[in-house]
Design a protein around this ligand. Structure first.
Ligand SMILES: CC(C)(COP(=O)(O)OP(=O)(O)OC[C@H]1O[C@@H](n2cnc3c(N)ncnc32)[C@H](O)[C@@H]1OP(=O)(O)O)[C@@H](O)C(=O)NCCC(=O)NCCS
Length: 185
């Protein structure tokens, strides 16, 4: 199943979000350079092994190909300057009942931390998802030591649902109860 025919695109007050290759082409940005600059030891220390930096522009292309094979990757740009500031990773997991759970992950360049951008991004994603009848839940996992990431999920209304091992806490946002105006099908 492809949510919204695989078209992932939304805006928030400060951010413009869309498929990374399309956005990079539109803004004439070298995606490998963006990845090499964003994925540093510091920004990836709390992330799964496959995300750990540092990357050069050359190794970034291989990483981009790997991500294209396993997820939907969105580039987050600052709306007015068009400057790339973050990445949003999404994966659709079909539910046994019907619809999908949307697994989410995000990373911002260190220069953008502490300005409320991640909270704004996740809130914007929730608003976008409300208009997608197939999406039932959004789920995000984090290292419990990654307080900023846990805080982003809590601020955006996610609830703790699972604590599978000491290195991960899993948070979920239920759309069904909070959706207004969207039709289920
Ligand atoms: C996690 C990350 C996305 C947060 O981005 P951000 O734009 O700085 O987040 P925001 O500014 O929206 O909000 C962060 C919240 O966490 C809080 N926070 C930040 N660092 C914190 C810390 N060490 N302990 C507790 N809270 C912290 C902030 O105060 C803020 O909460 P508040 O608004 O109640 O004050 C960013 O640090 C990042 O990209 N980290 C590397 C990648 C990563 O860890 N991604 C998450 C994978 S699960």
């Amino acid at each position: 199943m492809l949510v919204n025919d695989g078209v992932w695109e939304f805006e928030t007050d400060r951010l413009s979000v869309g498929p990374w290759h399309a956005v990079a082409d539109r803004l004439d940005i070298d995606l490998a350079r963006v990845v090499a600059e964003m994925l540093t030891v510091r920004t990836t220390v709390a992330l799964p092994e496959s995300w750990r930096g540092d990357h050069s522009v050359e190794t970034a292309w291989g990483w981009i190909a790997d991500r294209d094979a396993d997820s939907s990757m969105l580039l987050v740009a600052e709306s007015t300057s068009h400057h790339p500031v973050g990445l949003l990773v999404l994966a659709e997991v079909p539910l046994s009942s019907s619809g999908v759970d949307l697994r989410i992950g995000y990373l911002f360049a260190e220069s953008g931390w502490g300005q409320g951008l991640a909270s704004e991004l996740v809130s914007g994603l929730i608003e976008w998802a409300r208009a997608q009848p197939a999406i039932r839940t959004l789920t995000g996992g984090a290292d419990p030591a990654n307080r900023a990431s846990v805080r982003v999920l809590e601020k955006c209304g996610f609830s703790l649902i699972d604590d599978p091992d000491p290195g991960v806490v899993v948070y979920q946002f239920e759309l069904s109860d909070s959706r207004s105006g969207a039709q289920d099908n």
